[in-house]
Design a binder for this molecule. Sequence first.
Ligand SMILES: *Cc1c(COP(=O)(O)O)cnc(C)c1O
Length: 424
Amino acid sequence: MGANFDLFERAQRVIPGGVNSPVRAFGSVGGTPYFVDRADGPYLWDAEGRRYIDYVQSYGPGILGHAHPAVVEAVTRAASAGTTYGAPTEAEVVLAEMVVERIAGLESVRFVSSGTEATMSAIRLARGATGRSGIVKFAGCYHGHADALLAAGGSGVANQGLSGCDGVTSGAVADTIVAPYNVVPVLDDGVAAVIVEPVAANMGLVAPLGGFLEGLRTACDEVGALLIFDEVITGFRLAQGGAVEQFGVTPDLWCFGKVIGGGLPVGAFGGRWEVMENLAPLGGVYQGGTLSGNPLAMAAGRTTLELLDDGQFDRLAATATRLANGLTDAFTSAGLSAVMPRVGSLLGLYFGERAPTDFDEAKVLADNGMYPKVFHALLERGVALAPGAYEAIFPSLAHNETVIEETIEIAAEAALAVSVLTTS
Ligand SMILES: *Cc1c(COP(=O)(O)O)cnc(C)c1O
């Protein structure tokens, strides 16, 4: 049945569901996942030698495309000097300086090994700094898999159709309040922090309505709660300065991941000194990690951020605009109504009349049965989107004009094939 099928069979015998992260399974679209053999720029090749134009890009880290030569060289050079020490390095200082320089209002940052660790640590820090327990999150936002943050999660949690998560005690979520995205919640003085994706990129793509982020800032200030921007996707992708630069609203704490690691396991959280100095060894909030600030990861992150100047963000946004217009035309010309919201270089794809503004609206469109059909029609023809309707589309700087035009041509054929299927 082919190498992908064989590998999936083997994988399922030794790995639950055959995957190390549920979003990679084809549960919500059906079929067998492709196993990646190698990747280069906008492309990846599977175990059967089939080439795909890749819009997953590891769900965001691949902003330069796969295996960028400068990143490969930096990681190789770092590896030959030792891969981990358990003592601080100059590379950590350099990357921290780069983050502080780029993000207005962020004065201090600590590196961890994943986005989950970043949000989990930021929440603990917010609770420690305020002496309060409550946290507010928004339905459809995904903040990694820490217990307190899984409630009403987007991304894989939504794809699996899970409303909550077995194994999370009621105690662990007792202080989590879930609110609808794009509505400013009423807060009280039990709230330690409000955590939000400034652009929600784990329920497709839902942009913040005018006044939402500003309203959160005001609401937090009124009760003394901290505002946390989870910029694991938006950080170093929307703009050099992330959401602060894009929307002009400054949080108290930021979480980063994905792009900041240049394809290696990195997360980071940071904020104002006054808040950050509550962390051990300065303060009483403990947080640490054996591989935190790992030299390979720092080298990949530094090289990636160095290559991302303002011109590159403009180029990336222009690429995403062309892709969104071309794909939308391709789908609508075939009689499939599609909307592709865009913020910077981030794209969503919904089959319906109107882009959603919250999780309830996103769910109706994501679960209407169209996405799996289009996903497979594209995949068969060599274009890989994420195997789930709740994920964003991630064009990279390696997706040049030729690659984008090829994608649009393939989408036109795929859309016709789906249109024939659904109307016959
Ligand atoms: C991916 C993601 C996370 C979790 O990051 P991991 O590295 O997968 O742990 C957290 N927040 C947001 C917004 C994400 O997209």
